[in-house]
Each structure stands twice: as C-alpha cells, then as structure tokens.
Design a protein around this ligand. Sequence first.
Ligand SMILES: [Fe+2]
Length: 200
Amino acid sequence: MSGLRMSMEVVDPEILSLLARLEQHDTGTYAHSMRVAEYCDWFAGHLNMRRTDRARFVYSALLHDIGKLRIPSEMLNKNSRLTDEEWHEIRNHPLYGMEFVRELADRNIVLPDVITMHHENTDGTGYPFNSRTLELPAQVRIIRVIDSFDAMTSNRNYQLVKTVDEALDELIRCEGTLYDPEIVRLFCAQIQNGTHSSSQ
Ligand SMILES: [Fe+2]
C-alpha cells in the first residue's frame, strides 16, 4: 500500500474529499476501496498499462463504491437478512456512484464504466444492468475479479474469510460465469508469484 499512499499526495482534491466522506460514512467500505485500488495499481503494473490509463483506473477503483454514500451505513453493515427493498437499494450503488463522479468523469479523471459496471458478470448476469449485450471493458473485468478477491479474503465476518488459496480457487470455479477467464488466469498467476503483499 505504501506506493499508493505516496501517490495519494498528488490525487485530485475532489477524489480526496469524496474518500474522506466515505471514510466518515463507512470505514469498512473505505478500507475495502483503498485495498482494491492498491491491487488494481499493482495488477495494472504487471499488465504494463500506460501511465495515464493506470492512473484513471486506480482513481476509478478508489471510487468504485462511492455510491454507497447514499446508502445508510446501518443498511451496509446489517447482520440480519436484507429486505427486498434494502437489497434493491444496495444493488443500485453502482448507479448512485455516478452522481458523485460526474464532474471527475467529465474531466476524464475517472472511468464511468468502472463505477457503474463493477458488479456485472462475464455471462451477462450481475447488477444493475444484467444484460447479455453489455460489452464489459477490460478495466471492468479486472475490477470485478479484484473486488471479489478482496471481499473474500477480508470479509468482516471472520467465519466467512477465505485464505488466499481458497479465494483463488473460487475465482477459478466461477471463471466464464462471473469472471473473465483470462483475467482470472493472469491474476492468479501474479498472486501466486508472490509479488503482492497478500501472498506473503
Ligand atoms: Fe460495489
């Protein structure tokens, strides 16, 4: 995380202000967003993504769940079963996210697709669009994998936390349905190479 922390000093003030609001609103989502962005930065480096594309991708990853600002933190952290209305609300967070990043997207600093499509699956299921005709850009397919990997390996309910190997197995089990097989293959290989701190 140190590389990302250092580069945060030059992050657009609008992004920092949104992140500060997210930290205030729900520390769990904030911490998850920081980790996901850090994984995205690390993975983009392995893919030799161009500098500006990599920066845009990382900023989008930092804000991928920013729509959760519109959802009460009690609902985000509810331990009991969600009602249909609550579940519907949670599933709208990718769309709500656009309300917060429109200006950043207009300035071409973040990628709207990463915000709105990060829960869409390779087989056309997922939310909020749930459409087989949707073309998922590479950055969306990457964050879909990384978002899930982080959720599996850092679940706040310790009984549901998976080891790194269990999480990689789960990604492989769901490749072609939830996840892009090529991204899963590259991600698993890089994690197993041990170049990320989570593998040590
Ligand atoms: Fe999300």
